[in-house]
Design a protein. Structure first.
Lengths: 538, 369
């Protein structure tokens, strides 16, 4: 690149949390108009590094950091995000931070509204200035236009599709003229493929105007598509800084993980079609927002790992949520010859089914409780495990010793990184939280286990561990597993059969050895018959 | 993303959204003929009562906008208004001058109490309504201490008419004869035999104008943002806690003026429990007008006040004509107020459930884009 002074320079950044060193001597430079890819597993320190740059309160409240941050050659030490904003650093977070009842304009200019003086202002101060909505709308429209998308500035955020919300958030960051560095944390995670493409184009366009971009994503292909340089973090250290044209996806993935990625566990002999049917589902419908199931029928055999795949929003997630009673559902579900009462999670659990939800934070974990409680919770509530009867069974007492013992076993077996059984679940990284969810389901010792998006939002290394744990649990205990995942490769690496769901219906069931093309055809099968659907996706 | 609902769906939506006012309109439609009141009489009474109560009900709007629910703590404002009125009576300032003096004296007290209330409510985010209600009971205790013991002992009260015969403490009921109707009759106007308290309505009109204008200011805009999502507002640099405190201060001060306007119309001050049910009645009126704990508008205020008072006007007579007893009037007033608040809260929860169901139904049946 050029010889100019770097726009942003982070030097020797070191940070400890709760006695854990999460960043060690990290340095990076960023030039004007450059797109820098920041990759690393969960827990590698990406978020912490960005939190430092952004002056987030988690950093200042946990004792600050060591090292120096320079912007335009001047040392800065942001005490809060507003200092960072003033210095021209913007961040688009993984979760939306938009106000649903406000329009795009109001959100884009939130707390940056164009104001006019009036008579009262002199008396009562600037907060009684009046808003200039037409001017605000013009600024918002300009900002949206810069992104190359079409969103009406007057649309309420609550009424926007997810993709438009992401663009609104981006527009909010770039409308400020002082914007220099834009940090994007997993911006494409919620987007469809076509929306993601538009976003990447927008980013390139932004970079051309001189804004420097730090781009964080798990989708390595996107990094390769748009970044000039890639910085790879592992265990809190920079392992490599490399220009994009000198590398490829395999190398980046390998550097990131530091061990060869081996998800292609060969498929297996445990499955036998002659086995009895464990689960029979007929004409299931499920009202799950965004994942509606219309009419699904399939059978799962004993000891099988049954995969359910398909594009996002086609209904694959609705299947386990409906059967487990978390969403309103109808149809027939027969487990071991007995019908399951739908709409009743307790009945589903009592029947011997367990569910690892895709919604880890909401459904999966008690975030503020320690690990041992999390892991034992369902088993204790549903099966009276880990309880000691006192006074001839009049009172049931929690058996903390047994709970801790089991927890330690699972921490070891699943390689959960934590400070101990007492640590609250919210302090773990995403991948480790997922392992706790698995342990929680395993503790119930289910005869049928539903696993939904087990590797969503976790890194390649943790993915392999999670899949390995599932595979081992299946082969050791003979537990039947139904796994729902958006990642076809993952399903093919572990499942015995894979059903592809399209528009709320099963489009077909294939063996894992089927070609990618066959799977792809099933996923888009319906599209060929109804061309108008394609248009409505755009 | 506009989705067309069928006529049936649209109608049921309308009824769900306006269930409370519709129930009351039906009730009143039956009760008016039974009560046998004449049209002009009802209109005259309504003019008086709407003028008397609207100010108090309007004071509830800002906290709802700021996402803090119904500010039952508005009684704090009402109490500061009452203390000011007692002081002005003691000083012997009559008429409209006394009224405005009372407002001036009450303002700092209301600001202070509002600030205190806001600080407390910031520590009880998500439970503002019940907290503000308890706060009202707490401050009511302090108010009674001041009025019952301090006045005449620590605070010199010269006017013997005000003081209990033992030498300190304020009498149970005070006549506001010198101030009575001083605002209502400031600009006298009679149309077709119906007298209209013009000045009071001008004040109410100005307040509505202020609230409308306030919504367009930075502070009002911030309040809306804070009301919808405190986290996002905080992240974008809006001082959430300060904004919430300001909403409560404004509400308390407006409630204080509202109570003074109310008292000049009534003409007597019920010293010890005059403010007790101010918040309950104001909240009930607002909810009857179709507001919910998360959204309320100026039309809700006036629809609510009209329906609420129509009901109180006609129900005792209707009760007498039906059951032979007018005593159920006051009983009915309290019963309905509390009942309506409970009903509105339950309906709000039910409405949200229905909305979620509708959202789901549209997902299942329709072809989603």
């Amino acid at each position: 690149m050029t010889q100019q002074q770097p726009l942003l320079k982070m030097q020797g950044i070191t940070k400890e949390y709760f006695g854990n060193r999460v960043l060690t001597d990290v340095s990076l430079d960023l030039n004007r108009g450059e797109v820098l890819g920041l990759v690393g597993e969960n827990g590698a320190g990406k978020s912490t590094l960005m939190n430092i740059l952004f002056g987030m309160s988690v950093i200042t409240q946990t004792g600050g950091y060591a090292g120096k941050v320079y912007i335009d050659g001047k040392e800065v030490n942001f005490q809060n995000p507003f200092d960072a904003l003033k210095a021209g650093i913007g961040m688009v977070h993984q979760e939306f931070s938009l106000i649903p009842g406000f329009t795009a304009t109001e959100n884009i200019l939130l707390n940056g509204e164009i104001l006019h003086d009036n008579i009262v202002t002199k008396l009562f101060g600037p907060r009684l200035k009046t808003l200039d909505l037409p001017e605000m709308r013009a600024i918002a429209a300009k900002s949206i236009e810069l992104l190359g998308v079409e969103i009406s500035p007057d649309t309420l955020v609550a009424e926007m599709p997810v993709g438009h919300r992401q663009f609104t958030e981006l527009a909010r960051e770039i409308h400020r003229p002082e914007m220099k560095v834009l940090v994007l944390d997993e911006p494409t995670a919620v987007l469809t493929e076509s929306e993601a493409e538009v976003l990447l184009t927008s980013l390139r366009r932004l970079a051309a105007t001189g804004i420097a971009i730090i781009f964080i994503t798990h989708r390595l292909q996107e990094i390769l598509d748009i970044c000039d340089r890639i910085v790879i973090l592992r265990d809190g250290q920079v392992v490599k800084e490399i220009a994009t044209h000198d590398t490829d996806i395999g190398q980046v993935a390998e550097l990131m993980v530091g061990r060869s990625v081996d998800t292609k566990a060969s498929t297996t002999a445990t499955y036998d079609t002659q086995q009895e049917t464990v689960l029979a589902v007929e004409h299931l419908w499920v009202d799950m927002p965004g994942e509606t199931v219309r009419d699904v029928s399939f059978e799962v055999h004993k000891g099988e790992i049954f995969g359910i795949g398909g594009l996002a929003g086609q209904g694959k997630l609705g299947i386990p949520n409906g059967i487990m009673g978390l969403c309103p559902a109808g149809g027939t579900v027969i487990l071991h010859g007995k019908p399951i009462h739908l709409d009743d999670p307790a009945a589903a659990l009592a029947a011997g089914m367990a569910f690892v939800s895709e919604d880890r934070r909401g459904v999966g974990l008690l975030m503020e409780e320690p690990l041992d409680w999390n892991i034992a919770f369902t088993a204790m509530q549903v099966q009276n495990k880990f309880l000691r009867p006192l006074l001839g069974g009049l009172i049931k007492w929690r058996d903390d010793r047994a709970i801790r013992k089991v927890t330690r076993e699972y921490i070891e077996a699943l390689e959960i990184k934590c400070t101990g059984v007492e640590q609250p679940a919210q302090e773990l990284s995403g991948g480790n939280q997922q392992k706790v969810c698995l342990a929680k389901a395993f503790a119930v010792e289910p005869n049928l286990l539903f696993v939904s998006e087990p590797t969503r939002g976790i890194d390649v290394g943790a993915k392999a561990l999670v899949l390995k744990a599932l595979r081992r649990y299946n082969s050791e205990n003979g537990t039947t597993i139904v796994m729902v995942s958006s990642e076809l490769e993952e399903l093919r690496s572990i499942c015995d059969r894979i059903a592809i769901v399209d528009e709320g219906r099963v489009a077909g069931i294939l063996p894992p050895a089927a070609t990618a093309k066959e799977f792809g055809m099933l996923m888009i099968g319906k599209l060929k018959n109804a061309d108008d659907k394609v248009v409505s996706h755009a | 993303m506009t989705r067309k609902y069928g006529l049936k769906d649209g109608l049921s939506r309308f009824f769900i959204n306006n269930a409370v006012p519709i129930i009351f309109i039906i009730f009143i439609a039956f009760a008016i003929p039974i009560s046998g009141f004449s049209g002009p009489y009802l209109i005259q009474e309504l003019f008086i009562r709407v003028g008397r109560d609207s100010f108090l009900v309007l004071s509830l709007l800002l906290p709802i906008m700021a996402g803090m629910g119904i500010n039952f703590g508005m009684v704090l404002g009402a109490m500061s208004g009452q203390i000011a009125i007692i002081l002005v009576l003691n000083w012997g300032v009559p008429g409209i001058g006394g009224l405005f003096l009372a407002m001036a004296v009450a303002t700092p007290m209301a600001v202070l109490l509002g600030w205190f209330s806001g600080v407390v409510l910031n520590k009880a985010k998500g439970r503002e309504m019940v907290t503000s209600m308890m706060l009202g009971f707490f401050i009511s205790g302090i108010y009674q201490l001041i009025v019952l013991y301090f006045m005449g002992k620590l605070i010199p009260i010269h006017n013997p008419v005000l003081v209990l015969s033992r030498g300190y403490g304020i009498r149970n009921a005070l006549s506001l004869l010198t101030m009575r109707l001083s605002l209502d009759n400031l600009i006298p106007l009679k149309i077709a035999g119906i007298s209209i308290p013009v000045a009071t309505y001008v004040m109410i009109g100005l307040l509505c104008l202020f609230i409308w204008w306030f919504g367009k200011t930075k502070l009002g805009h911030d309040m809306r943002a804070v009301g919808q999502d405190m986290g996002v507002s905080e992240d974008s640099g809006i001082k959430v806690e300060r904004t919430r405190i300001l909403a409560i201060i404004l509400s308390t001060v407006l409630a204080c003026y509202g109570q003074i306007v109310y008292l000049q119309n009534i003409g007597t001050l019920n010293t010890y429990n005059g403010a007790d049910q101010t918040a309950t009645f104001a909240a009930a009126a607002l909810l009857i007008g179709g507001a919910s704990v998360v959204s309320a508008s100026i039309p809700n205020v006036f629809i609510g006040v009209v329906l609420f008072h129509l009901m109180f006007l006609v129900s005792p007579m209707a009760g007498k004509n039906l059951m032979g007893s007018a005593m159920i009037g006051e009983y009915f007033r309290v019963f309905v107020s509390y009942g309506v608040i409970a009903l509105a809260l339950a309906l709000y929860a039910w409405k949200r459930l229905k909305e979620r169901e509708r959202a789901r139904r549209s997902l299942r049946g329709g072809k989603e884009s």
